[in-house]
Design a protein around this ligand. Structure first.
Ligand code: ADP
Ligand code: MG
Length: 337
């Protein structure tokens, strides 16, 4: 064999070795994903990991954190901290853990910001719905229970770390904010474990960590009336996005859709909007604001979002028309002159 062909065969060998190595290394660094039923919805984690085993551990850590938060904050669990609060806070102040205290505090702050559209005391009416068995409160129950909806009935005392209700019949439910908290916590955990690219979702709330390895994540907003169809896709990097829709939990009766987002002033499901999407840096805020914009409607909702520089919104009204917050408006021709 002359020098040249020896060189060629060595090169060939190297190429073969390289080709053999590539699938091996791809199996090590890869996307790791799973979806599980949790918090009355589906929670999914999708992350890029350099090491399959570490990736799997990171994923398990997020699911464990979700289950922990659910045990604390679910009103469907009798032994949760929040259920204890609902049982006794109208009689005496209840000491709660720092985490629940903080999330209630943030909820009340958002009630102030949204002039009461977001209100965790909606549950005095909300508790009478069971969407699976098509159960809803009669108008008499709505009338009485709606008197108990007002976030100002919730008194937090920082020094003692306690929650008290100022009225008998008041109940709280963090369904409009807890999933945002879960995905935010999930991404926090992943970040601390060194993960750089991930998406953590709980129902309509997603928190993205970094990008999709050199490309933005494309997050689809569902077509509210065509199951499985995407109406609009939004490219996002390192942000949170939440959608509240009247198609998540509902039943139709005599042409009326009874769904899970309650207008606090009337005690009945909010009308006028099919879905409200909000995106920005913090999933706790996007979650609470998507519910709020849904309740406030297109005009008031988008006006509120216009006052928050880091947050944008896309609303689909009950006629299927799409509205964008100011920061998303297409630049006009003049803008280029
Ligand atoms: P999803 O649960 O589909 O992500 P949302 O984030 O909009 O949708 O949350 C809806 C949930 O918020 C309801 O299931 C209920 O638990 C709670 N909720 C309903 N109405 C209100 C309201 N006016 N203010 C705060 N929370 C609400
Ligand atoms: Mg929400």
């Amino acid at each position: 064999m002359d020098q040249q062909s020896k060189h060629n065969s060595r090169l060939g060998l190297r190429l073969v070795t390289l080709l053999l190595l590539v699938p091996g290394s791809a199996a090590l660094s890869d996307w790791v994903s799973d979806t599980r039923p949790l918090m009355g919805t589906e929670v999914s984690v999708h992350l890029w990991s350099e090491d399959a085993e570490q990736g799997q551990e990171a994923l398990e850590a997020v699911f464990a954190e979700t289950a922990r938060i659910d045990r604390l904050m679910s009103t469907y669990k009798d032994d949760s901290e929040i259920s204890r609060v609902n049982r006794v806070a109208a009689t005496r102040a209840v000491a709660v853990g720092e985490e629940l205290f903080q999330l209630i505090q943030r909820s009340l702050d958002i009630s102030v910001l949204t002039l009461g559209a977001f209100d965790i005391t909606f549950d005095s009416v909300g508790q009478h719905y069971d969407f699976r068995s098509r159960q809803r409160p009669d108008s008499e129950t709505v009338e009485t229970e709606r008197e108990n909806i007002d976030y100002r009935y919730v008194r937090l005392t920082k020094a003692s770390g306690t929650v008290a209700f100022l009225k008998e019949g008041v109940r709280i439910n963090l369904g409009g904010i807890a999933k945002g908290y879960v995905v935010e916590r999930g991404v926090d955990i992943l970040r601390h474990l060194g993960v750089q690219h991930a998406i953590v979702s709980a129902g309509g709330d997603s928190r993205l960590l970094g990008d999709r390895r050199g490309r933005p994540w494309m997050v689809g907003i569902r077509d509210p009336r065509n199951d499985g169809q995407v109406a609009i896709s939004v490219p996002l990097v390192d942000e949170a996005i939440s959608t509240s829709g009247d198609y998540e939990r509902y039943f139709d009766e005599d042409g009326v859709r009874y769904h899970h987002i309650i207008q606090p002033t009337t005690g009945v499901p909010a009308s006028g909007v099919h879905s409200a999407t909000v995106f920005g840096p913090d999933a706790v805020i996007t979650d609470a604001l998507s519910t709020s914009v849904f309740v406030m409607g297109v005009k008031r909702g988008l006006t509120l979002i216009g006052t928050l520089p880091d947050y944008e919104s896309i609303v689909i009204d009950s006629e299927g028309r799409v509205y964008y917050s100011d920061g998303l408006q297409q630049p006009t021709a003049e803008a280029f002159e």
